[in-house]
Design a protein around this ligand. Structure first.
Ligand code: AN7
Length: 359
């Protein structure tokens, strides 16, 4: 494959997707994201364990949502839709706004007021979406858009739209293509639970088509203050600094449980403090700036390492763990600035600067 020949997930994986020659392909060349070996985390994980990071923050709008959105918007256009709508904790709205802009259709976005990261809000606005900030949380906004889409000719592009899941499953294809087989474990954040559903579907389809020989154990992580699946009941007022996964009643709850149980995996939770610790380790030790929700993957990985989880099933064979980094760190610059020491103000004086940097 020449470097120029990559044209997005629909063209790359069309035999696995519900498209035909008549489907207009609305793409920003999403997908084909790097799978990066994580040296520091591999060392922490122990002998014979390799940790890889699937850096989905390098998609065109900075999150994994683009994989599902290219297909959802393409299919909406095939069905002659003129408007799409979504509720969002931020990334879905950024992606919907960008793909609707390419398609030349209207995009309406409901976001929980005051609870989405600045980068994401700026994206939805700059791409020209009609953005309404609802006084309420994501779950409330999702209820409202479902009602609107049921009554009016507006296509819902939240992950309840099956094309979203279909597009997102291509990330597991890429991981298998990259590693030569499925990993042993996959660690990921869980919010509305569409992505864990999509990955699991993708792994199963790749295995049944003979492209991979095994299935990974699926390990999902919610934030402690927004952990309805772990607590086995909806959370009325979800709270976490990882605003992307501040969701109290996930739409794909049932299929997340299926992914967990069929893969003999688990869905657990991590505290905000653990998320922030992982966020900094990722940036400082692996050189990767991911948003807090993505760092929940790494917080989960660290929790499992510390509990000895990966020791049990290990033989002499190498074990490969893939952690999904769902969104770019630049999405939430305010959180980054709250997590670091501000730059020191200094006179434009050589001596003063040298003294400060220890020379
Ligand atoms: C960075 O944008 O729900 O479990 O409205 O943005 O499939 O919901 C975002 C979710 C993880 C959780 N990481 O994925 C939205 C939205 C990031 C995210 C998730 C989201 P799902």
């Amino acid at each position: 494959m020449s470097r120029q020949s990559y044209n997005g997930i629909i063209r790359e994986y069309k035999e696995f997707l519900p498209v035909d020659e008549k489907t207009p392909v609305i793409t920003l060349n999403e997908g084909n994201t790097p799978l990066i070996y994580a040296g520091h985390l591999s060392k922490l994980a122990g002998k014979n364990i390799e940790v890889y990071l699937k850096y989905e923050g390098l998609n065109p709008t900075g999150s994994f949502k683009d994989r599902g959105m290219t297909l959802a918007i393409s299919k909406a256009c095939q069905e002659r839709a003129t408007a799409v709508i979504c509720a969002s904790t931020g990334n879905t709205s950024a992606s919907a706004a960008a793909y609707a802009a390419v398609a030349g259709i209207k995009c309406i976005v409901l976001i929980p007021s005051g609870a989405i990261a600045l980068g994401k809000l700026s994206q939805a606005l700059i791409h020209g979406a009609r953005v309404l900030a609802v006084k309420g949380n994501f779950d409330k906004a999702l209820d409202l858009v479902k009602e609107i889409a049921a009554k009016y000719p507006i296509t819902l592009v939240n992950s309840l739209n099956p094309f979203r899941i279909e597009g997102q499953k291509t990330a597991s294809f890429e991981i298998c293509d990259h590693l030569g087989d499925a990993p042993d474990f996959q660690v990921m954040p869980v919010g509305n639970a569409g992505n864990i559903t999509a990955y699991w579907k993708g792994y199963k389809e790749y295995k049944s088509s003979g492209k991979s020989s095994k299935l990974p154990v699926m390990l999902g992580f919610q934030a402690e203050g927004a952990a309805p699946i772990v607590r086995n009941k909806p959370v009325k007022n979800p709270e976490t600094i990882a605003t992307a996964i501040r969701i109290g009643n996930p739409a794909s709850w049932k299929s997340a449980l299926e992914a967990r149980d069929e893969s003999r995996g688990l869905i657990d939770m991590v505290s905000d403090a653990a998320i922030l610790r992982a966020y900094k380790i990722l940036a400082e030790k692996e050189g990767i700036f991911a948003e807090p929700a993505s760092a929940a993957s790494i917080a989960g990985l660290l929790k499992l390492i510390e509990s000895g989880y990966f020791k049990k099933p290990l033989s002499e064979n190498k074990c490969r763990i893939v952690c999904i980094l769902t969104g770019h760190g630049l999405k939430d610059p305010e959180r980054a600035m709250k997590s670091v020491k501000k730059p020191k103000l200094i006179k434009p004086d050589l001596k003063a600067i040298l003294k400060e940097i220890g020379y």
